[in-house]
Design a protein around this ligand. Structure first.
Ligand SMILES: CC(C)(COP(=O)(O)OP(=O)(O)OC[C@H]1O[C@@H](n2cnc3c(N)ncnc32)[C@H](O)[C@@H]1OP(=O)(O)O)[C@@H](O)C(=O)NCCC(=O)NCCS
Length: 250
């Protein structure tokens, strides 16, 4: 299929989240000519529906179900707890769009899951597998033969080397360095600026240089979050064609 044929009409996108972070997210990707942000979605404070964010109307989450056939979603939440809301939206039939800022360099031999977004200036080497609903911040660098689990957040400037395996719902703080071949368990949180030099168990807080475990029973699975959340295999994962600035497929 030739460039542009898939997107005769702009894809209508609703953004999950109504914080300043969501406004920054919209600012990052509104340069993409093949999509149009048409609203933001709130699920905590119903009084916010009817207001506007970044010039867009705010909708209450339960009121958007009828738009599933005509609109796609993109989640602009940094927290890995976004998994629950995303899963609920999938259950009512929504698909999520995959967004890559045009300034990124992504290998043709790397796959990127549905709902993942990659901010400006990031570089992803070949033969890697980035899962569904991963958030990748500005100027992150991901190495070759590396796997990133679903719902993981990689904050700006992180460097993840080759042959790493990062689990689901992991948070990698700003400026973290992960050396090659490292495995990080699901739900782990890596503090900003950490140098990860050995494998990391699930659900711990790791910090420092070299990184050491600072807290056990930490992260999205922790009972301290109010409830224990199980990590399920993502059933809805699809490898969608990515969209670049010119509306053509990568
Ligand atoms: C990891 C983080 C969430 C910890 O938050 P917290 O639960 O409030 O943890 P605390 O501040 O109580 O710190 C726990 C321990 O880790 C240490 N620690 C926390 N962050 C650290 C860091 N970045 N580097 C080194 N040590 C760190 C604390 O000194 C403390 O150590 P101690 O137990 O020996 O005293 C936070 O420090 C962090 O780094 N967040 C990432 C921020 C980020 O990247 N934002 C991106 C925005 S775009």
């Amino acid at each position: 299929m030739g460039s542009g044929q898939m997107f005769d009409e702009k894809e209508k996108i609703l953004v999950i989240g109504t914080t300043a972070y969501a406004a920054v997210f919209i600012d990052m990707f509104e340069c993409l000519e093949c999509i149009e942000f048409v609203g933001c979605v709130e699920n905590r404070d119903k009084t916010r529906s009817g207001r506007r964010l970044a010039g867009l109307p705010i909708y209450w989450t339960e009121d958007i179900a009828g738009l599933a056939a005509s609109h796609k979603l993109m989640c602009a939440l940094g927290t890995t707890l976004r998994k629950r809301w995303i899963t609920d939206c999938n259950a009512v039939g929504f698909d999520f769009i995959t967004l890559v800022h045009p300034s990124c360099v992504i290998s043709q031999n790397t796959t990127i899951g549905e709902g993942t977004s990659i901010d400006a200036g990031s570089v992803v080497a070949g033969y890697s597998d980035i899962g569904a609903h991963v958030r990748i911040g500005r100027q992150a660098s991901l190495g070759h033969h590396t796997t990133i689990g679903a719902f993981t957040t990689i904050h700006p400037g992180a460097i993840i080397s080759g042959s790493c395996t990062i689990g689901n719902q992991v948070t990698i703080g700003t400026g973290t360095v992960v050396i090659d071949g490292i495995k990080i368990g699901a739900g782990a949180v890596i503090a900003a600026g950490t140098v990860v030099t050995c494998d990391v168990p699930s659900n711990v807080l790791l910090a420092g240089n070299p990184g050491i475990i600072k807290r056990q029973d930490y992260g999205p699975q922790s009972p301290r979050d109010g409830e224990v959340r199980q990590i399920h295999k993502v059933q809805f994962r699809k490898h969608l064609p990515l969209i670049n600035f010119f509306g053509s497929k990568f």
